[in-house]
Ligand binder design. Structure first.
Ligand SMILES: [Fe+2]
Ligand SMILES: [Fe+2]
Length: 244
């Protein structure tokens, strides 16, 4: 739980680094830019601040600031505009996937937490993330209509973003939390692999797969009968891949 919460606090609190890239990508679209600056970014930041406070209260010996400094130095190098998708519609699809991930992640955290305050925090964050998804989805529809994006192109954008999940962010966050928590032990990437395996086992049992599959497939705008079988299929495939 410590590593999950510390990592989430690091990534959420660093949203401003990413916001500028995103704002630049949508320059001229005041509806999107204003929403990103006035609502999205402050909410993501608030998630980070709340989780940080929680970590500091529960693990008072952990020097959050120092760990974050290490994380930031490494993470900032990865965050550049080149990471954004090519078109505006495609980037909105990518954002939908990110918000699907966070919504599902906090849903799982809420359901798993034996501690009432954490449960409540995770519940509020989860609701915000679902709210973000809805905005990004609406913006996606608008751009998809303008750019005449095909279902195939949307699927490709979805797939690209899904493959990028779980790249280096998790490792960087874990590493810096670990280095500060156990300064006497040298960091070995195998530790992270071990943590991943444990996390995968928890995820397999508790992740809201159906909710995540429904949100992931929504931008494809599939006809209802098709959606009826693709959602459970995608959900069970995701569960299957996690166990292999
Ligand atoms: Fe967030
Ligand atoms: Fe979000």
């Amino acid at each position: 739980m410590f590593y999950l919460l510390a990592s989430a606090s690091f990534v959420e609190i660093t949203t401003d680094l990413y916001t500028e890239n995103l704002v630049e990508h949508y320059a001229g679209d005041t509806e999107v830019v204003d929403w990103l600056r006035d609502e999205w970014q402050p909410e993501e930041l608030q998630h980070g601040v709340t989780l940080k406070r929680y970590v500091e209260i529960v693990w008072p010996d952990f020097d959050w600031e120092r760990a974050y400094q290490g994380f930031f130095e490494e993470y900032a190098k990865l965050c550049n505009a080149a990471q954004l998708e090519v078109t505006r519609a495609q980037e909105m699809v990518a954002r939908c996937i990110v918000e699907t991930g966070t919504s599902s992640y906090y849903t799982m955290l809420r359901d798993l937490s034996p501690e009432p305050l954490l449960k409540q925090i995770a519940h509020h964050i989860r609701n915000d993330e679902i709210g973000h998804y809805k905005y990004f989805y609406r913006f996606f529809r608008r751009y998809a209509a303008q750019e005449a994006v095909s279902r195939w192109a949307t699927l490709k954008a979805l797939w690209t973003r899904i493959r990028e999940i779980d790249t280096e962010d998790g490792l960087i966050a874990y590493k810096h939390a670990f280095l500060v928590r156990h300064p006497e032990i040298p960091f070995d990437p195998d530790r992270y692999e071990q943590f991943r395996r444990t996390l995968n086992a928890i995820t397999r049992a508790h992740f809201p797969f159906t909710m995540a599959a429904r949100m992931t497939l929504k931008p494809l705008d599939l006809p209802t009968p098709v959606e009826r079988w693709t959602v459970p299929l995608a959900a069970s495939s995701a569960r299957y891949f996690l166990s292999h």
